[in-house]
Write a protein that binds this ligand. Structure first.
Ligand code: PLP
Length: 483
């Protein structure tokens, strides 16, 4: 019955949602016309409806649900009365914005790299932008080809066996990955394996995700050089060996360093029956050079809104693909559209998560190619080491790895300066903004420090004499001066 109605509607160019044998979902929005409503009625078997005969009152809302309070009351909604005024208003707003079109955004741990126009162009095309997440497969062949291709590329880049693009953020990818670990242990009758080891330097989302996945967090100490404290790690593995579920490590670490002992850490956890979650937020330091799936990880999330050029845009929508080894595949996110109780759990409400932005990452990977991606990683490493080497004399670089080098970011330790002069890391961050520089990450992962990640998007030529930012003070500077 439901199938026949859905088919009749589709024949008229209208998609209804087939929920079960007797249930059909109908969604409408402000673009739904009377002709569409008439088509839906006909698909349900109503006699032909004269769409043109409909009047607005037939679609009027019940008085009980009509809004009676005021709305759009802020002056901004009634001040700009001409296109000229509106244009100037928009320009004023954009002048206040400190974005990558003005200056480097050196946010360590965030990888704010260029989202190139050529990569982003396609997402506004109706062929991509106007497809509903639950459109029938027959209408999404091209979309799914792009998605599968991107999954394949990410599988190859990470060295895992499969990727799900469903999670909408890195943190959601963490949850999906940890649920996969949990599902794996449960499938083996290891219900008691619920302890998750997390180094003290980890991003806050790691512990939050572990708790959400029903795990108990045990923190592993950091050694004075910023690496994982091995004595503490081994003691905690030993103390929890029967209940150990996983370790979550970040590689390179949030200290901006490639921990040389990463394989050793993974081996120790595996030997105790635990799984290894490698937080892939810092994949910009790995692409083309190393693969988490090959150096000991069982599962990772990536952040397409970091390494793969999707804008972070006000916290989302991002994409945090979860990538895993084959043994975790049965526990990866299931399909939200077909999920039934007791089966693999969907992690977001639609099968491909924030699919609308995937053409950006697809284009990035295709335009760069394997060689280009590796070059980008090397340039990002070089840029970070250049910044570290140039600033070290004035603001000591807190942690370095083998050979005195950092990975893709560096932590500048301002605590000595603060002790001597009272000038804090926060003061420096704010003063940088006065001069048109975006402030680096402040106080993460170490209080009193700034963390800088230049990425591969910056070259040595900036700011040059010809740079408009260098020769023309940004508007907020003069405003600040005038105060
Ligand atoms: C190391 C690390 N892990 C996880 C995350 C979480 O990713 P998201 O912000 O996409 O949820 C971040 C975000 O900055 C991070 O830096």
């Amino acid at each position: 019955m439901a199938a026949a109605i859905v088919a009749a509607a589709e024949a008229k160019g209208i998609n209804l949602r087939h929920i079960d044998e007797d249930t059909v979902g109908v969604s409408a929005d402000e673009t739904t016309t009377q002709a569409i409503v008439a088509g839906v009625l006909e698909a349900f078997g109503a006699a032909a409806v004269d769409a043109a005969a409909g009047t607005d009152t037939e679609f009027a809302l019940d008085a009980a649900v009509e809004r009676s309070s005021g709305y759009l009351q802020h002056p901004v909604f009634n001040t700009h009365r001409s296109e000229t005024q509106l244009l100037r208003y928009i320009r004023r707003l954009s002048d206040r914005d400190l974005a990558l079109d003005r200056t480097m955004i050196p946010l360590g741990s965030c990888t704010m790299k260029l989202n190139a126009t050529a990569e982003m162009e396609a997402i506004s095309w109706p062929e991509f932008a106007s497809i509903h997440p639950f459109a029938p497969d027959s209408q999404t062949v091209g979309w799914r080809e792009l998605i599968t291709d991107l999954e394949d590329q990410l599988t190859e880049i990470t060295g895992y066996d499969q990727v799900s693009l469903q999670p909408n953020a890195g943190s959601q990818g963490e949850l999906a990955g940890l649920l996969a670990i949990r599902g794996y242990h449960l499938s083996r009758g290891d219900d008691q394996r619920t302890v998750c080891l997390i180094p003290a330097s980890a991003h806050g989302t790691n512990a939050a995700s572990a708790v959400l996945a029903g795990m108990k967090v045990v923190v592993v100490a950091t050694a004075p050089d910023g690496s994982i404290d091995h004595d503490d790690l081994n003691a905690k593995i030993e103390a929890n060996k029967d209940v150990l579920s996983a370790i979550m490590i970040t590689y390179p670490s949030t200290h901006g360093v490639y921990d040389a002992d990463v394989r050793e850490v993974c081996d120790s956890v595996h030997a105790a029956g635990g799984q290894v979650y490698v937080d892939g937020a810092n994949l910009n330091a790995l692409v083309g050079l190393a693969q988490p799936g090959k150096f000991g990880g069982d599962v990772s999330h990536l952040n397409l809104h970091k390494t793969f050029c999707i804008p972070h845009g006000g916290g989302g929508p991002g994409v945090g693909p979860v990538a895993a080894k084959a043994h975790l595949a049965p526990f990866m996110p299931g399909n939200a559209a077909t999920w039934t109780e007791g089966n693999d759990v969907p992690i977001s409400a639609s099968r491909f998560g924030s699919a609308g932005v995937l053409p950006i990452s697809w284009a990035y990977v295709k335009l760069m190619g394997a060689e280009g991606l590796t070059e980008a990683t090397k340039s990002a490493l070089l840029a970070a080491n250049y910044v570290a080497a140039r600033l070290n004399e004035y603001f000591p670089v807190l942690y370095t790895g083998e050979g005195g080098l950092v990975a893709h970011e560096c932590i500048l330790d301002l605590r000595g300066l603060t002790a001597k002069t009272g000038v804090t890391a926060e003061d420096v961050a704010k003063r940088l903004i006065d001069y048109g520089f975006h402030a680096p990450t402040l106080a993460f992962p170490v209080a009193g420090t700034l963390m800088v990640e230049p990425t591969e998007s910056e070259d040595l030529g900036w700011p040059s004499a010809s740079s408009t930012t260098a020769s023309t003070p940004p508007p907020w500077r003069s405003r600040l001066r005038a105060r």
